[in-house]
Design a protein around this ligand. Structure first.
Ligand SMILES: [Zn+2]
Ligand SMILES: [Zn+2]
Ligand SMILES: [Zn+2]
Length: 282
């Protein structure tokens, strides 16, 4: 599988629009890996995780043809992960031609949240209505934690993330050709139930929420220490092996640093820091 990071920042982007903290100021000078767009990844140019507000910009930057997307996994509906203004352009009213079918999977409550955001674009849209799904050429599948779904050659497993309990937010394991990836953002913590699901996998690539740096946690997400603890437990439980790689994403300026500083610290703790445009082949 080929995984491309379309974005690696938290909701706030990186640097923050109006922040003059040390890290944001450095990012403005460094540019490159220190400019982060909102988190999203694409697998084999066909399976997108989170149709966020920067996906169209990123795909143009990294030569991804979004018309080839066949599957979308939506972790939840927060504005940094879903852009209704882009999804609605699938309608023929936008003069979009030959729009390919897409299968979108999310929790039912997340679809409710997506629907609300779509209604802000067009109050008549109803993602739960078959006719609207046909007009958008989207087949919507509801998933709960522990559910498995076949999407073409991909096997998808949903796991609760507890990041937004009202949306039943999910993280996903994607398996293809005997390789498995965990896309684990946005993530509050790995619950006991979630560990039980994870223990049934041998993961080759793990991507984890790293919104906050060490000693800093404003809630809703993982911080650096939690990432390190999860990696240790994954090793003990044999969920990851010697050749597995772990990357941190969804990076905020809160307690974090510039990419190169973070990467040095992360490497000592057995993981790496993702950056926009990073491509991994497993
Ligand atoms: Zn987020
Ligand atoms: Zn800042
Ligand atoms: Zn979120």
């Amino acid at each position: 599988m080929r995984i491309l990071f379309l974005g690696t920042s938290a909701a706030t982007s990186f640097p923050l629009a109006f922040c003059k903290c040390r890290v944001c100021e450095k990012a403005r000078i460094n540019k490159g890996k220190d400019i982060r767009k909102r988190s999203s990844v694409i697998i084999n140019d066909a399976l997108l995780i989170d149709f966020g507000p920067d996906v169209v910009t990123s795909s143009n930057m990294y030569n991804i043809d979004l018309t080839n997307i066949r599957y979308i996994l939506q972790t939840h509906g927060h504005s940094d992960h879903f852009d209704a203004g882009h999804l609605i352009t699938r309608l023929k009213e936008y003069a979009a031609q030959n729009v390919n079918p897409v299968c979108l999977a999310a929790s039912k409550e997340t679809v409710k949240s997506l629907d609300k955001r779509m209604k802000a674009e067009d109050p008549n849209v109803d993602l739960f209505d078959q006719d609207w799904q046909r007009r958008l050429n989207i087949d919507i599948k509801f998933m709960c934690s522990g559910d498995h779904l076949k999407m073409g050659d991909y096997s998808v497993t949903a796991i609760e993330s507890l990041h937004d309990i009202f949306e039943n937010s999910l993280i996903y394991i994607i398996s293809h050709n005997n390789k498995s990836i965990l896309y684990g953002t946005d993530l509050l913590k790995i619950s006991e139930k979630a560990w039980e699901i994870l223990k049934t996998f041998r993961l080759d690539l793990v991507i984890l929420d790293h919104t906050y740096g060490k000693g800093f946690n404003n809630g809703g997400h993982l911080d650096a220490s939690q990432v390190t603890d999860i990696i240790s437990k994954m090793k003990i439980e044999n969920i990851i092996h010697e050749k597995s790689v772990v990357y941190a994403t969804h990076i905020s300026h809160e307690g974090n640093d510039t990419h190169d500083v973070m990467e040095k610290i992360a490497a000592k703790n057995g993981y790496h820091i993702a950056y926009d445009g990073l491509e991994i082949e497993i």
